[in-house]
Write a protein that binds this ligand. Structure first.
Ligand code: E4P
Length: 218
């Protein structure tokens, strides 16, 4: 399972990269705004900075919602750096643009996916990644993880190569459940990645080992 970090915060990205377990980064316009990165030039420069920290796929989202605008914007993003994955909204023009980019060999991530039907369309259009937002489905009292299972079944039935990128991951149990269900990738905050480290028996076991070593070597 690949681990992506879902943030535009360079310190968090660097920390996850330094752990040695990071495979890529996802961003979105809200995450950019949260870091105070505004204006096209600054946003593009920030994507480049992220590419220089993590040697994996970096999703950069288009703002345009019409086909022509999506293509123009997506081409600019793709030209920025070979690691860039063009992130496209799950709307008719986004799906059409996905087909255009996949035919050209440009990597894509279809975002804002909330149903198996949408995921099927993204795969048909040749998406590199499909991003089902499990946390936001949970937020409205529906079953986010159930969607991962449905997509896994459908993709396996037909051998679709689109990778399932579980998005809107909020905590450690989301990561573990996505791994059990065969999600290819998960993208979450640094806390969800670091949270995997934690177990009280690890902490108390290590403390005891160190204490015994100290007592035997004093
Ligand atoms: C995915 O690519 C999105 O950036 C993200 O996972 C959305 O997560 P949120 O629902 O926590 O905003």
């Amino acid at each position: 399972m690949k681990f992506f970090i879902d943030t535009a915060n360079l310190a968090d990205i660097q920390e996850a990269q330094d752990m040695g377990v990071l495979d890529g980064v996802t961003t979105n316009p809200s995450l950019m705004a949260k870091e105070g990165i505004t204006g096209t030039a600054n946003i593009l420069a920030h994507y480049k900075k992220i590419c220089n920290v993590v040697p994996g796929h970096i999703s950069a989202e288009v703002i345009a919602t019409d086909y022509k605008g999506i293509i123009e914007e997506g081409e600019k993003l793709a030209a920025l750096h070979p690691q860039i994955v063009v992130k496209l909204p799950m709307i008719a023009d986004g799906v059409k643009a996905c087909k255009y980019f996949s035919d050209k060999g440009v990597k894509t991530n279809v975002t804002l996916v909330f149903s198996a039907g949408q995921a099927l369309l993204a795969a048909k259009a040749g998406a590199t990644y499909v991003s089902p937002f499990i946390g936001r489905l949970d937020d409205i009292s529906t079953n986010g993880l159930g969607l991962i299972s449905e997509i896994r079944l459908i993709y396996d039935n037909y051998g679709f190569e689109t990778e399932i990128l579980a998005a809107s991951v909020r905590h450690v149990m989301h990561v573990i459940d996505c791994a059990k269900l065969g999600s290819d990738v998960m993208t979450g905050p640094l806390s969800a990645i670091k949270g995997l480290l934690k177990h009280p028996l690890t902490d108390s076991g290590l403390a005891k080992f160190l204490e015994d070593y100290k007592n035997g070597n004093d």
